[in-house]
Design a protein around this ligand. Structure first.
Ligand code: SF4
Length: 261
């Protein structure tokens, strides 16, 4: 896609997301209604090329002139993590784009069975452009090693790709803007399970305000993919007493991996 197409796609996606936030459940595309639930919308967009004019104006009442003026098609589906990364790495959709040092896309195996998702890059990640490379990342590496895994076998990403200044929590609007990127990563990787690291990632992925303590210990679903919640490694550095619970969570994941093999 050209840069113009990408920018238009982003604008359209924001407009559609706003409609969904406002409670719209379906929209008219062409002569048929399209369910706006995330999975159905993604499926609709993947299987059909929808002209920008159609997406904006709706049905066949779209003026011919407008159709001619905006001859863009929405093609959000990328065939590889590399092409997706290349398309979005200069993103400035939210204020975090202005303050980041490096865009932090993700790292690991594009065919990973398990995907770990944190909330956002910290200072070291922002400096190096790779997720989980600071002290918390080193602890995550140890956890993976205890599971007989490493970064070449899993995929690691964050909800937001740019560092929130002063390590503050990402704001809901920032996560909303960035979430489609994570959703696309997940669509490309097709992990068999997702592990949400920490409250913010878990609540963002599950669209809930339920406390982490009540989310742990049971499987949830993110767009039909089993999702387990555990503590963020940074929390384990501050509260080592949670390591035992974290290991219990990892054993749940290992048991599922074993069942899948
Ligand atoms: S955090 Fe996400 S939405 Fe915001 S500028 Fe970075 S990539 Fe774009």
């Amino acid at each position: 896609m050209s840069e113009n197409q990408i920018n238009l796609y982003m604008l359209l996606r924001q407009a559609l997301a706003a409609q969904i936030d406002l409670g719209m459940g379906e929209m008219v595309i062409g002569s048929s209604k399209t369910d706006l639930s995330p999975s159905k919308l993604l499926s609709a967009i993947q299987t059909r090329k929808i002209s920008a004019a159609e997406a904006i104006a709706g049905d066949s009442s779209t003026p011919q002139g407008m159709q001619a003026t905006i001859e863009m098609t929405i093609e959000p589906a990328y065939d590889s993590l590399e092409s997706h990364n290349a398309a979005i790495c200069t993103c400035q959709l939210c204020p975090l784009g202005k303050t980041r040092n490096k865009f932090v896309y993700g790292v690991g195996n594009p065919n990973a069975e398990v995907m770990f998702v944190g909330e956002g890059p910290g200072a070291e990640e922002d400096r190096r452009g790779e997720p989980f490379v600071g002290r918390a990342g080193q602890l995550l590496d140890k956890i993976l090693a205890a599971m007989q895994l490493d970064r070449s076998k899993v995929y690691i990403a964050n909800v937001v790709k740019c560092r929130p200044p002063n390590n503050r929590d990402p704001q809901p609007e920032e996560m909303n803007q960035c979430m489609p990127y994570l959703r696309e990563q997940i669509r490309i990787i097709k992990p068999k399970m997702i592990c949400a690291l920490g409250r913010i990632a878990a609540q963002a992925l599950l669209n809930t305000t339920t406390p982490l303590g009540r989310l742990r210990g049971t499987w949830h679903q993110f767009e039909s993919i089993p999702l387990l919640v555990t503590y963020h490694p940074a929390a384990l550095l501050r509260f080592p007493q949670y390591k035992k619970d974290t290991w219990a969570d990892m054993q749940i994941i290992m048991a599922r991996m074993s069942n899948n093999s």
